[in-house]
Design a protein around this ligand. Sequence first.
Ligand SMILES: *Cc1c(COP(=O)(O)O)cnc(C)c1O
Length: 405
Amino acid sequence: MFDQAALKAQFPILSLFEKGHPLVYLDNASTSQKPIKVIEAVNRYYREQNANVHRGVYGLSERGTEAFEAVREQVRSLLNARSYKEVIFVRGATEAINLVAQSWGRANLVAGDEVIVSEMEHHSNLVPWQMLRDQLDIKVVKWPINAQGELSLDDLAKLINPRTKLIAVTQMSNALGTINPIEQIVKLARKTDIKVLVDGAQSISHMAVDVQALDCDFFVFSGHKMYGPTGIGGLVAKQDLLEAMPPYQGGGDMIYSVTFDKTEYNELPYKFEAGTPNIAGVIGLGAAIEFIQTLGFKQIASIENDLLKYATQRLTEIDGLRIIGTAKNKGAVVSFVIEGAHPHDLATLLDQDGVAVRASHHCAMPVMQKFDVPATVRASFGVYNTCEDVDRLVDSVNEALDMLR
Ligand SMILES: *Cc1c(COP(=O)(O)O)cnc(C)c1O
């Protein structure tokens, strides 16, 4: 039998009380909580290992560099990238997408070229392309979602034309929970030379990802949504593309040699890692990957699928509640609106019961516009959530409705 209580006990914050009630944390799509293993790895780094990497010849710095590079290998292995050269550390998914837009985009796109962006994207995978559009006079083409919050491959085939250069799409939607068929999307793109950027900010903590099997060109993620620290994430991309791309930022670490007139850039992956990196964040990310791999994606899927099923069933029983995002293939995210109750009022009342959910546009305003709602309440689950958490949510919603209606 799987020991759910022991798993939850690994997360110190989950034993806290909020407004006099044991905290029920259901905002995992915003950021996940951190297991003691991650907190201790970051703590130990500052207590015992702190020194800059790739610079010192003294023991402390050499050990730090080894630990730092070992995490790069962990990321490579987690995502099955071909080489450590394909793993670039950045601040998070947002920075990774901006890097691709500004470096690959400016080097490869010209006026009139088209980038297809799905309608369910997080602002982080839309705004950088709009900025590039304004800089280069390219087109950002919307790949619309249907009433269930799903994308259609037939629609995509119709949008593709000789000017299409890139498809930017999330593997799992933070606002709707929809899981997208990345392999088929890439297959379509491969018929011509269209690149595919996959936003893995949500998917990486919920399912096994193999970038070689997906055959995507760019894959981006954030550490803080996979039980790791904030301020660290990655871009995993095909080596030949990275080799041909110009650096995104200039500074230390990304150089091979510098004269006052000219700079030779470092090799991959360092060419894209200007400045002192978030070393503690990388060390914490390594511990988070260990946590995920120890638990295993089979167990993660089993926990989260049960939670999704139970939450969907219990919430559907509530009178006037409408779930936004009912895709057939869906992760453990339930967005909903309730007749006669504004999402913000609802979330504020839930907070009084110690239930933390998000009420907002979830950084996906086009999705809210599509469903014609200003915001939704979103319960998003992590591995430590339980059916009792769902019961607390549903009880609290029912009490709130008694007050609001
Ligand atoms: C959170 C999120 C992002 C942005 O991640 P940051 O960590 O804020 O950079 C991008 N896409 C999706 C789908 C997300 O959920």
